[in-house]
Design a protein around this ligand. Structure first.
Ligand code: ZN
Length: 138
């Protein structure tokens, strides 16, 4: 597992040898940069939150996140970043539509849905606390 917080890619040394994984993370770096870094994280969170409610699946809320969709659709194309158009994460290219359709084909079973509802209630609980506390700060 690797993740990217601009301008760093956090990963193990063995993962650094993995060209596909590094390409995936480098695509995230590009996305973060064009969203001025600070906009990337709330958009990532809001998009996943929406997908979690819509599909009740943790796997789909991650795999269908617009930023992951672009990275997964193009990670195998090692020269992708040389020709990438700006804001591709908001677009539906042929590769992106194909990737999304593959994910959407998978059925979500009952235990996955139960896990998703459990996760949603924890997120709602923390959002509730944050909103309550904000009243005192503002
Ligand atoms: Zn990713």
């Amino acid at each position: 597992m690797a993740f990217t917080i601009y301008p760093f890619i956090v990963s193990s040394n063995t993962e650094k040898q993995n060209k596909v994984l590094m390409n995936h993370e480098n695509i995230h770096l590009k996305q973060q940069k064009e969203l001025l870094i600070i906009l990337f994280y709330p958009l990532y969170f809001l998009n996943s939150f929406y997908l979690l409610i819509r599909y009740l699946s943790l796997k789909k809320c991650y795999s269908l996140n617009m930023f992951e969709v672009e990275s997964y659709s193009y990670e195998n194309d090692l020269s992708y970043l040389e020709s990438r158009k700006k804001f591709t994460c908001f677009k539906n290219t042929k590769e992106i539509v194909e990737y999304k359709n593959n994910i959407l084909k998978e059925k979500t079973n009952f235990s996955e849905k139960a896990m998703a509802i459990f996760s949603l209630s924890i997120i709602m609980f923390f959002l509730f606390i944050i909103i309550k506390e904000l009243k005192y700060i503002i």
